[in-house]
Design a protein around this ligand. Sequence first.
Ligand code: CA
Length: 555
Amino acid sequence: MSSRREFLKVASLGAAAVLMPRISQAKKAADKPNIIFIMSDDHTSQAIGAYGSRLAKLNPTPVIDTLAKEGMLFENAFCTNSICTPSRACIITGQYSNVNGVLDLGGNIEPEKQHLAIEMRKAGYTTAMVGKWHLKREPNFDYYKVLPGQGKYYDPTFREKAEGKTFGKNTVKMKGHSSDCITDITLNWFKTIRDKSKPFFLMHHYKAPHDMFGNAERYDKYLEDVDIPEPKNLWKQPKFGSIATRGHNDELLPYIGTSIGRRNLRRNYTKSWAKDKSLSDEAAKRLAYNVYLKKYLRCVKGVDDNLKRLFAYLRKEGLMDNTVIIYTGDQGFMLGEHDYMDKRWMYDESQRMPFLIRYPKTIKPGSRSDAIVENVDYGPTMLDFAGVKTPGYMQGGSFKSICETGKEPTGWKQAAYYRYWMHMAHHDNPSHFGIRTKKHKLIFYYGCSPKGSGQTPPGWELYDLVKDPTEVNNVYDDPKNAKLVADLKGQLAALRKKYGDTDEAFPEMKKVVDEFWDYGPAARKRAIEISHQMLERKKKGASSRRKKGKKTKKK
Ligand code: CA
């Protein structure tokens, strides 16, 4: 008997030994927080009340602001390449553009490289991706319902994960505004599709407020009678920019950087919304600015109201406080600052991403951080919340401890690296790279395509962000700053080396970068020549377009 008892005891211990890891794994997974990563397209920090910009008095985002009130706001979160597909690629891979390969809008991320989603699944999460995706290949999530490409604002089509249907053939049409549809899809996933035995990782992405702006009808009158506050540098900024952005003696102002006012001849918002030629330049700019901001803020309002619905559901289901909720935009956006529209620039309004995070179990309500964090760090941070160590192939790092303590760990990055590759595409922005610390920003416009073509005048800009937070005074040439410039250039070169962004694959471009790095007298003289040549090209182009136009009219 006793031997039998012994046997049973050993057997049950053995079974427990086998069962225990399984039980503790399941328990571990159940202890993990859920994670919702909410991202809108082009929603910039100036258009979020909690960031306290000139637009805060319009109260554009009361719901999003609650995440700041009940969680943490990051003042210095930056994207590494301010445009849609590249920023999304940085987030899903945890890698800089030169490593994940998505330099521009043409790039994509194959399913096996969608690391964040893959690692979350490995950690026991059920994963879902809803809304704007823009990484072209099939999302590697347990569930997805995504817009194809940019998607449509009204009655959008989605691609939904379905057995036996290949990506691209799995389309589903919906009725209504995209922000409403995307929220409906997510709520439906919560209610009927989600595997409730696992913690969830949800990426919930709005298309709004990307241009061409389209709000739901119920916002048509929102802000109708309001005069939208203007940034000072919409009007006057004589010391802003460089030969790279203005040309020699301002000769390229009509050609670089699309504008609100009539400045950019090819593309500006008066062409859409202040066409009346009898309006003065000032009146046309003011009108175009107001239309622009109202269209944009109406889309923002639709996002904010939809989040109210989502948060109400989470509260009702008891999911609000055991879920890490992040709100961000895929980059910033110029809302008339420097008379610019769109993003792409390294100026703060475009480089900065809003980043709010709420998780009351470990994050103090109403806290703020000025730590420098980049979009490549978002993946590692979310994985850290999920109990996963940052995989070696990710270049970003986790800032979970900053969220929880407000303190930067020893060795945490003190500078953000930035690079924009799409030389003079769509919005006439010259290619550039640079470094941003808490106090300074150094930008190098090398001004050519990866193949070295389309050269615009190379130039450097330095801004003192403490004295000049709106970046209107380029102090690169002030002799007092020579040492600072040399130091920042050293840091910039070191970052480029560290992140592997040293252009060996693009010898023609590398030659330009090397030639204009020191920016001595010969380089400056050459930049002036390039400016004149570009002006000639532009004038010739305009006159041949005029001739063509006349011919077409005669026909
Ligand atoms: Ca975007």
